[in-house]
Design a protein around this ligand. Structure first.
Ligand code: NHF
Length: 448
């Protein structure tokens, strides 16, 4: 099949999990014998060789757009540059909306040039920023269209943006939800886990009949124990060494890695849980490595917790190289993922690949990828706790600390097996191909 992918992020340009996911999907589809091209904004990176320059009208001005082209692991990637397409990936809200419109028009101009040599069978758009591109390419070239929600944004934008994009017919009201519009015009809608789809059924129910899930995958070739610095040493020794590197003595090691935000990742729940735990006798043997940055208030809170408990807590606000993160996963005992919601989540699978046991909120993709120790002790791959509940998380961490070696080994082995076998990108891509051809099961509200 000929697949055209639209996305605001594509590796090496990465802000969140979107880049990793879309790039893996594109490359996975190529491996399965499909022809894949990608349109993405250049974001001022000048990636690839200039391929085509053309002019278009935007906000009453003439804008010159250059499409650059490169081959990356079998995928042909076109990056669109010029004017707002060269801003930061996600600039301020208003600029981002205008950039999304310009990306739409530029994508239409580029496909107009390519169409005689590359007529896509499927147009696969990712997240709401691509709504104008999706609308315009569908309007002018009518391929089959698929829209994937990686994370609902739930915004409303003035209809004027659709008019500027020459898509006034899609904006009958003064305020429009762009991801709703993208789902409305797409032939099929997917999101990245079954639980997220059901949790957000209030939104997805409007597309009942054409909506389903496709799980993301994980590339365990990078997240592999064999690549660790001290791969040949026992795990406890690696833990002792890495804790020492961060100035901590040995103990049961819990790690958090993620954005410090107030809307999703739940670092506040963890900080609260640590404060609660500080009164417990087992706290003395617990170590916490907290990696991330973001909201200044949360950073200050994390630093305050570190200052209060310097023997137990280390906060790292530098961006760590992936290799260092791999060392951490391969050495700590547990990775804590206290998200309020998580469409899929990658951290739990990265951790599982390296034998770190996830303790995670029972939401979205976390719930679908982690088999809970209390629910199924034999096959368990981690521990699930209710979201936003610092007491439950604190209790789970204390009982995790008490687990015997046999149980820990079983959890680690189960987790590695599950990550490697059940959540591959190849599986994800095979399912996308079924979505493309309509031969896929759908979410049905009456099926329990
Ligand atoms: O893994 C890629 C990512 C997900 O849970 C993640 C999220 C955004 O929030 O699909 O998209």
């Amino acid at each position: 099949m000929r697949v055209l992918i639209l996305s605001f992020e594509y590796l090496p340009v990465k802000v969140g999990g979107l880049a990793e996911a879309v790039t893996s999907i594109a490359e996975g589809l190529v491996e399965l014998g499909n022809e894949v091209i990608v349109f993405t904004p250049d974001h001022g990176r000048s990636l690839g060789e200039p391929f085509l320059t053309f002019r278009l009208s935007f906000e009453g001005r003439t804008v010159e757009v250059t499409a650059r082209k490169r081959e990356q692991n079998g995928v042909t990637v076109y990056t669109l540059s010029g004017d707002l397409l060269d801003t930061d990936v996600y600039p301020d809200w208003e600029t981002l909306l205008r950039k999304a419109v310009l990306f739409g028009k530029a994508s239409a101009g580029l496909l107009n040039h390519l169409i005689e040599t590359f007529k896509p069978d499927v147009l696969h758009a990712h997240d709401w920023h691509t709504v104008f591109a999706l609308g315009l390419l569908k309007k002018y070239f009518s391929p089959k269209t698929v829209f994937t929600v990686h994370r609902l944004n739930k915004a409303r934008i003035p209809a004027g943006y659709f008019h500027e994009a020459n898509l006034g017919e899609l904006a009958p009201y003064p305020e429009i939800d762009p991801e709703h519009t993208a789902c409305y015009i797409a032939d099929a809608v997917t999101t990245v886990s079954k639980s997220y789809l059901l949790e957000e059924w209030d939104f997805f129910r409007s597309f009942d009949g054409k909506v389903t899930h496709v799980f993301n995958g994980i590339d365990c070739s990078f997240w592999s124990e064999e690549l660790l610095e001290n791969a040949d040493r026992p795990r406890e020794e690696r833990r002792r060494l890495i804790l020492g590197r961060f100035g901590l003595s040995d103990g049961r090691a819990f790690m958090f890695i993620g954005r410090f935000d107030r809307a999703q990742k739940g670092v506040d729940t963890l900080l609260r849980a640590i404060e609660i735990l500080s009164g417990d006798p087992s706290f003395r043997e617990m170590r916490f490595i907290i990696v991330g940055k973001g909201d200044p208030g949360l950073e200050a809170w994390a630093k305050a917790v570190e200052n209060r408990f310097p023997e137990n807590v280390r906060v790292i606000t530098d961006v760590l190289p992936r290799e260092t993160v791999r060392e951490l996963y391969g050495s700590v005992d547990f990775v804590v993922i206290p998200s309020y919601f998580e469409p899929f989540g990658l951290v739990q699978l990265e951790a599982m690949c390296l034998g770190a046991i996830p303790i995670a909120s029972a939401v979205g993709g976390l719930k679908d990828t982690i088999i809970d120790l209390n629910a199924d002790p034999e096959n368990a791959t981690g521990i699930l706790v209710p979201p936003r509940d610092a007491f439950a998380l604190a209790r789970a961490m204390v009982s995790a600390k008490e687990l015997d070696e046999g149980t820990l080994t079983r959890l680690r082995e189960n987790a590695k097996r599950r990550a490697r076998r059940d959540f591959t990108w190849e599986k994800a891509c095979r399912r996308y191909l079924l979505v493309y051809t309509g031969a896929v099961d759908k979410a049905m509200p009456f099926l329990l």
